[in-house]
Design a protein around this ligand. Structure first.
Ligand code: ADP
Length: 262
């Protein structure tokens, strides 16, 4: 335990890092090369741009690097070479907190604290009022099931509290992101099967959350990427193709093949 506590934090603010006040233009990946471990390159020369307001979906086989590309924007790791720019500034020169404040994430494994529903949602904005929390829960299709719990928003959940279903947990995570209200959203689509009623509620909640945001979508099912402004097909750490659904079908390449398979 102490060894872990003593680990040096490698990702820190550069001396002259500037604050990102607002996200206003674009996210650009320029010749990004990245590896988690030495000698095992995961991303090989990835270049792409995401304009403000766009939904960009990453598709491709499992292990191809979709989540890695998407998550690098949060700067939990630094790239080996190349750069990632937000509004023209390399993220290494942006204050980390101000960068992460602009990004919301909803991933497959939802982390719930052993605390009340209210706390778990407000983790997205610790000074939120009860009204704001309820509004976020409503937009996330979670208000109804929360109201039916024994103590409503004050019900304890998590390991030692009420057990929630997979779909309910996801809607809590969506409410949390809704409350944080970030301009950029990294969305890792769930792979685990939900029953169809629950899936419909989650899907609707996600659509609400995506409105008026720049969305980086890690897609596992092709059905959800059709409407993306840009689809990026990743294959073994490189970009194989980019385009809209229609453009890529017409190309009759990797994406068209994936579509036929599914
Ligand atoms: P995808 O999202 O397309 O399934 P990932 O980006 O999760 O792919 O993974 C790409 C590759 O990086 C895989 O080979 C995976 O095993 C490896 N990888 C992912 N996360 C880590 C990590 N934290 N440490 C080491 N290797 C990792």
């Amino acid at each position: 335990m102490f060894e872990i506590f003593d680990e040096k934090i490698e990702i820190v603010d550069a001396p002259n890092a500037k604050e990102l006040n607002e996200f206003s233009k674009d996210i650009v990946y320029k010749n990004v090369v990245f590896s988690y471990e030495q000698d095992k390159t995961i991303l090989k020369n990835v270049s792409l741009d995401i304009k403000k307001g766009q939904t960009v979906a990453f598709v491709g086989p499992s292990g191809s690097g979709k989540s890695t590309i998407a998550n690098l924007i949060l700067r939990f790791y630094d790239v080996n070479s190349g750069e990632i720019l937000v509004d023209g500034t390399n993220i290494k020169n942006i204050q980390i907190k101000s960068l992460r404040d602009k990004i919301g994430t909803v991933s497959q494994d939802v982390f719930l604290f052993n605390n009340t529903i209210k706390y778990n949602i407000s983790y997205g904005k610790l000074d939120a009022t009860d009204e704001e929390i309820e509004a976020a829960a409503k937009a996330a299709n979670a208000h109804k099931f929360i109201s039916n719990l024994p103590e409503g928003y004050n019900t304890l959940i998590g390991e030692r509290g009420m057990k929630l279903s997979g779909g309910e947990k996801q809607r809590i995570a969506i409410a949390r992101a809704m409350l944080k209200n970030p301009p950029i959203l990294v969305l890792d689509e769930a792979t685990s099967a939900l029953d169809s009623e629950s899936e419909k509620l989650v899907q609707e909640a996600i659509e609400n959350l995506m409105k008026n945001r720049t969305v980086i979508l890690i897609a596992h099912r092709l059905a959800t990427v059709r409407n993306a402004d840009k689809i990026v097909v990743i294959d073994r750490g490189t970009i194989a193709e980019t385009g809209t659904h229609t453009e890529l079908l017409a190309k009759n390449g990797v994406y068209a093949k994936l579509c036929n398979m599914q």
